[in-house]
Each structure stands twice: as C-alpha cells, then as structure tokens.
Design a protein around this ligand. Structure first.
Ligand SMILES: NC(=O)c1ccc[n+]([C@@H]2O[C@H](COP(=O)([O-])OP(=O)(O)OC[C@H]3O[C@@H](n4cnc5c(N)ncnc54)[C@H](O)[C@@H]3O)[C@@H](O)[C@H]2O)c1
Length: 255
C-alpha cells in the first residue's frame, strides 16, 4: 500500500478522473475526502469506497467559492488533524474562440480550472507548512502545451495550471511541500463526452480524438489515477514542479 494512513482531499471526485483517483487512493490505503460540487455524486463515491472496506468521507464543495472553501477546509483539517495530499482536479470545459467566448464564459472557465487551484492551495498552505510538508497535485492537460482550435479559455486555463504548479513547487520546496501536475490526453469521462456532443458530428470527433493517440485508444480514468498515486507516494520524493504527460503518445505525434 503506497498511501497507507495518508489523508487526501480529491476535488471533482464525483466523476471521471477524480472518481478513479479517489478510488485508487483509497485502495492504496489513504483516507479520501471526496469533494464535489454535486453532493449526491460525492456521497455515492464515498459510499462505494466505504463498501469496499476502505476509508472515505464525502464533502460538498464548490471550488470556485472562496467563502465556502474558507468555511469548510478548517473543519476538515480540524476533524482529520492532518491532511497529507490535496488533488486539485475539478475542472470544466468551456469551448469557443476568443471571438465567440463571452466574458462570463471566460471567467467561469478561469474560475473553475485555475483560480480554484490558487484558492484551495492558498487555504491549505499554512497547514502543510505547520505539519512539515504536504503534497499538492493538479490536473492540467495536453492543452497546457498546445493551442487547440475553439478552446482558447480552456487552453489558457490549463497553461496557467502548469505554470502555477511550477511556482508553487518553488515556493513550497523549503517547506517540504511538493507540487506536481499531470497533463492527460483525451480520457473517457462524462466531461469529454460532453465535449464530443458539442461538436457538429460527435462520432467523427470521437474517432478523430482516438486517431490522435499513437497507442490507439483514448485514456481511461485509471491511467491518470495511477500517475497521481505515483506522484503522491514516496517513490516521487525527489519530484516537484514537474508535469507528467499521460497521453497515449499524443504530444509526440501531432499532425
Ligand atoms: N477527460 C479528459 O479528456 C481530460 C483531459 C485533460 C484534462 N482533463 C481535466 O481533468 C479534470 C477532470 O476531468 P473529467 O474529464 O474527469 O471531468 P468530469 O466532468 O467527468 O468530472 C468532473 C467532476 O468535477 C466536478 N466539478 C465541476 N465543477 C466543480 C466545482 N466548481 N467544484 C467542485 N467540483 C466540481 C463535477 O461535478 C464532476 O463530478 C478536469 O480538470 C479536466 O479539465 C480532462
């Protein structure tokens, strides 16, 4: 068990990558605080983990809401005594070019994918410092590294996640706070299905996405969860400020 007796908060754990990460962390011995804006989904995954004989708690949390975070996080810290790992995973995709995006859509994208990571990390930082360290893991994207048509705000938000990861890693190093991110390719989740459904021909969009991955398939949520377990474990004790690309080879083979 690589995360035995650790306590981890995983945001966006109600579906997709967050859900798989919460389950795998619990399987590796961690107690997982399953945080999601959707109460029922957070409860569902926490119950599923508990039924498996592992430890989990559900938490209704909107990562864009500073007041809510400021209220809820101290309670969690107090009741758990020590938090070891924060996975900032919650995210959404707001498609559109700069010409098409409204200011409201731009702000919603940035608030959910980027500002949220600042907020959560800002509110847990002192706890990590006082406890001689902690681990922050962020979900970035291959969109941190390449520009995608009609995805201006999403790509900008994810490039921001990657840079914020590096900056936090530098600031945290002397306090034993390690900060890393994962850059997934296309992963089979409700979010990506929503992205395909928004395209003029969803089936063609799906097939095109698959064709971008030299390994010949899209990712599974577990492919990313395994990366998070590695980065959260002592096997990664000398890794900070890095971006782990898990993309079935996509970035090696762009047309
Ligand atoms: N699926 C992919 O192909 C892919 C690729 C690269 C990066 N990502 C990133 O991975 C992360 C997870 O994506 P996914 O595909 O698993 O998404 P998903 O939509 O399947 O699941 C996301 C979860 O986050 C929750 N959530 C949304 N807004 C929230 C908020 N404000 N506060 C708390 N919870 C909130 C949702 O309720 C949902 O349960 C996101 O950051 C996404 O940008 C996904």
């Amino acid at each position: 068990m690589r995360l035995k007796d650790k306590v981890a908060i995983v945001t966006g754990s109600g579906a997709g990558i967050g859900r798989a990460t919460a389950k795998l962390f619990a399987h590796e011995g961690a107690k997982v605080i399953c945080a999601d804006i959707d109460d029922s989904k957070a409860n569902e995954i926490a119950e599923e983990i508990a039924k498996d004989g592992r430890k989990a708690k559900s938490l209704k949390l909107d990562v864009t809401d500073e007041k809510e975070i400021s209220k809820v996080l101290p309670h969690i810290i107090e009741s758990e005594v020590k938090i070891d790992i924060l996975v900032n995973n919650a995210g959404i995709t707001v498609t559109g070019s700069v010409e098409d995006l409204t200011t409201k859509e731009w702000d919603r994208q940035m608030d959910t994918n980027l500002r949220s990571i600042y907020l959560m990390s800002n509110k847990i930082w002192k706890h990590f410092k006082n406890n001689n360290g902690g681990i922050i893991l962020n979900t970035a994207s291959i969109a941190s590294k390449i520009g995608i048509a009609n995805d201006a705000a999403y790509c900008a938000s994810k490039a921001g996640v990657e840079m914020l990861t590096r900056c936090m890693a530098k600031d945290g190093a002397s306090h034993k706070i390690r900060v890393n991110c994962i850059c997934p390719g296309f992963v089979e989740t409700p979010n990506i299905q929503g992205y395909f459904d928004a395209q003029p021909d969803p089936q063609a969009a799906r097939e095109f996405a698959i064709s971008l991955h030299p390994i010949g398939r899209m990712g599974r949520p577990d492919d990313i969860a395994k990366g998070f377990v590695f980065l959260a474990s002592d096997d990664a004790e000398w890794i900070t400020g890095s971006s782990l690309v898990i993309d079935g080879g996509l970035l090696t083979a762009l047309p």
